[in-house]
Design a binder for this molecule. Structure first.
Ligand SMILES: [Zn+2]
Length: 279
């Protein structure tokens, strides 16, 4: 599932190809992509507008069109954006047709990806504010900010990290990698971490995301770069998907268990499991 580094990788690849072009048409072949909005409503709102910038917030890729019209795309589980795919992409749900003869296909076998429209900066900001918390690669992400948000929360820290309303853009891969880097067990309660652990976690989230970004994101299933290539970060995972392999720090076998409803990987020597409360 694409997370911040995967979405940002696509943004960096597509921004120079899309910015400054005019969107001749948005062809939506699967109305579920923009439901409950009708395809015609979103098509009419964006067509023939200049793309001023391709931005990102959390896992949303945002085409900023002239006159403050924003197309907010979310890749969800299996979405990716391909530039001039040859042959045409299978599982294509949407096509952005640019005025220079090129196009961008939204490919999405599982069809959970979405496209939404915001008209006006206020509408865009309200949309994002209702869904997303701290942007993790900004200086907003500090130990103090994490401590403030985690205060009193009994949920496991893994669930806390996955909640986009706290930190935007972290998913299952980068949550596991960050918790390992910080030496924190995924089942520890978010609100019970020490100040030093919150500091370590803030730094670890950033380090994990940067490592992912440097490797062009991770390709486990469907994620591809805009040119169809795979990311390389799956080869650099420290613990994620490494059950039974030696911990890169201490050699103990990595274990897999369920936390926050997700398959979770950790080294329980480096990330001591919280003591079970009795009674
Ligand atoms: Zn270890």
């Amino acid at each position: 599932m694409p997370e911040l580094p995967e979405v940002e990788t696509l943004r960096r690849q597509l921004a120079p190809l899309m910015a400054g072009r005019t969107l001749d048409a948005l062809e939506i072949s699967d109305p579920r992509w923009c439901a409950p909005l009708a395809p015609e409503a979103i098509q009419d709102a964006v067509a023939h507008r200049r793309i001023e910038r391709l931005g990102r917030r959390g896992k949303y890729l945002i085409a900023e069109l002239e006159d403050e019209v924003f197309l907010l795309m979310h890749l969800r589980m299996t979405g990716t954006l391909l530039y001039d795919p040859q042959p045409p992409a299978r599982y294509q749900r949407v096509r952005l047709v640019l005025d220079d003869g090129h196009d961008v296909a939204f490919r999405d076998p599982r069809r959970f990806g979405t496209g939404e429209l915001a008209v006006g900066i206020e509408a865009r900001d309200a949309f994002l504010a209702a869904r997303l918390g701290i942007e993790p690669l900004s200086d907003e992400l500090t130990g103090a900010a994490l401590a403030r948000r985690a205060k009193g929360r009994r949920a496991p820290v893994k669930a806390f990290l996955l909640d986009q309303r706290h930190i935007a853009g972290v998913g299952n891969i980068y949550a596991d990698e960050a918790l390992f880097r910080a030496g924190i067990h995924p089942l520890r309660r978010a609100g019970a971490l020490t100040r030093a652990q919150h500091e370590a976690l803030a730094a670890a989230v950033q380090a994990a995301l940067r490592a992912g970004l440097d490797a062009g994101g991770a390709t486990i299933d469907d994620f591809r770069h805009a040119d169809g290539q795979s990311g390389a970060f799956q080869d650099e995972f420290l613990v994620h998907r490494r059950r039974g392999e030696p911990c890169p720090q201490c050699g103990t076998a990595i274990v897999k268990f369920v936390a926050a409803g997700r398959g979770t990987y950790a080294c329980e020597a480096c990330q001591p499991r919280p003591r079970r409360r009795l009674g």
